[in-house]
Design a protein around this ligand. Sequence first.
Ligand code: PRP
Length: 212
Amino acid sequence: MITIALSKGRIFEETLPLLKAAGIEVLEDPDTSRKLILTTNQSDVRVLVVRATDVPTYVQYGGADMGITGKDTLLEHGSQGLYQPLDLQIAKCRISVAVRSDFDYQSAVKKGSRLTVATKYVAIARDFFASKGVHVDLIKLYGSMELAPLVGMADAIVDLVSTGNTLKANHLVEVEHIMDISSRLVVNQAALKLKQAPMRHIIDAFESAISK
Ligand code: PRP
């Protein structure tokens, strides 16, 4: 049995064509089913539906043999024990610093002000501001980061930006592009040794699908 951990939403949708290239079709829709283990057309392949931030944990501890997760999640989680053979080039976005459109970020940084930054990406934010020599107080949030500057709780946020629509709708502007993000295949190294042939087949099929 090969177990693949995926999160619902964009990663799931964009993974379906890659699975198809490996001959795997998921038989249930995670948006309508409450099941957390989804069957596929291959009796020896199943899909686990997990929270995006939990994908590396499932793969690291062998709950899943492989998984697909964003570079953002991997950087926050750390990638100990995870083999990362492929950048799948899916669910592309960027991680940026954004502020209220009336906040003068550049002069605050120039003056050496201490900034309060709200984010789900504490490790990425800490490394980024440390590399710029900007002093920050970080506030950990789990979602809807855009609210924090609007209610005066933070000067800035560090968050994923895709179309930019969420920032725009909340009168925030992007002031720093920290890095580009895409999803990676992560593999449990012990599982790969034990199930070499079927796992290699999936990895190779993904690789040829993304290079097309
Ligand atoms: C992400 C991110 C932004 C939004 C950006 O949230 O946190 O809120 O998408 O996308 P846009 O630039 O296209 O508007 P997501 O919907 O993934 O939910 P989350 O808050 O649970 O991360």
